[in-house]
Design a protein around this ligand. Structure first.
Ligand code: AMP
Length: 218
């Protein structure tokens, strides 16, 4: 199957979601965020949501099996026919291995793995201030990215905003620990296959996008 297949890796709060949404529009491919899918499942109280809720609230990772079931179903949707950007997945070595099998079964070829690298001390500040539009999901930040008109979403005009239950300092620290212990060890594997590209995620949103686009062009 032709198309563009990218993995965006990086710590929680590192800007993966923001960049994935920009790339989705630019390359016309689907953004598959396992975190967004799980939050939607929790909100609509599906069986998956009920299983994941408590674990997500404490900032730990939900089981590999549950995530794999969810993502493999999602990849069958029509909007994945031209490819996708994986955001927040794979998160463990087991998930990376299962993903490899899944891609092979679907005859998809992984183009690039982009690591958005950000120092830990920046992340807590970034995460603690973030919020999003309750209607269209556009992301904002108390300090770095306020809506153009106070209290009104730039994209859909909604005046309702939400904050994630797991965006507090204590939970962020445990999410960071999981990232370093379980997710970061996947990176050398992709590096050894020549797929890994490292981006400086401490820069502005526009500068990070520019770096990613340069990486995509080569
Ligand atoms: P995120 O929006 O990517 O930060 O994900 C929010 C939460 O959803 C994480 O802290 C985990 O509890 C759960 N989650 C999301 N993606 C995964 C994954 N690939 N594997 C395990 N848990 C995940």
């Amino acid at each position: 199957m032709k198309g563009v297949h990218i993995i965006l890796m990086g710590p929680p709060g590192g800007g993966k979601g923001t960049q994935a949404k920009i790339l989705q529009d630019r390359y016309n491919i689907a953004q598959l965020s396992t975190g967004d899918m799980l939050r939607a499942a929790v909100k609509s109280k599906t069986a998956v949501g009920l299983e994941a809720q408590t674990i997500m609230e404490t900032g730990r990772l939900v089981s590999d099996d549950l995530v794999m079931r969810m993502i493999s179903e999602r990849m069958k949707w029509e909007d994945c026919s031209k490819g996708f950007i994986l955001d927040g997945f794979p998160r463990t070595i087991v998930q990376a291995e299962m993903l490899e099998n899944l891609l092979a079964e679907q005859q998809r070829i992984l183009d690039k793995v982009i690591e958005v690298r950000v120092p830990d001390d920046m992340l807590v500040q970034r995460i603690a201030g973030r919020f999003s539009c309750a209607q269209c999901g556009a992301g904002y930040h108390d300090v770095f990215q306020r809506p153009r008109v106070e209290g009104v979403c730039d994209f859909c005009g909604s005046t309702r905003f939400t904050r994630r239950a797991d965006d507090n300092e204590k939970t962020v620290r445990s999410r960071l620990q999981d990232y370093h212990a379980q997710t970061a060890p996947i990176l050398p594997y992709y590096a050894s296959k020549g797929l890994l590209r490292i981006i400086d995620g401490s820069l502005s949103i526009e500068d990070v996008t520019e770096q990613i686009e340069k990486t995509m062009a080569v």
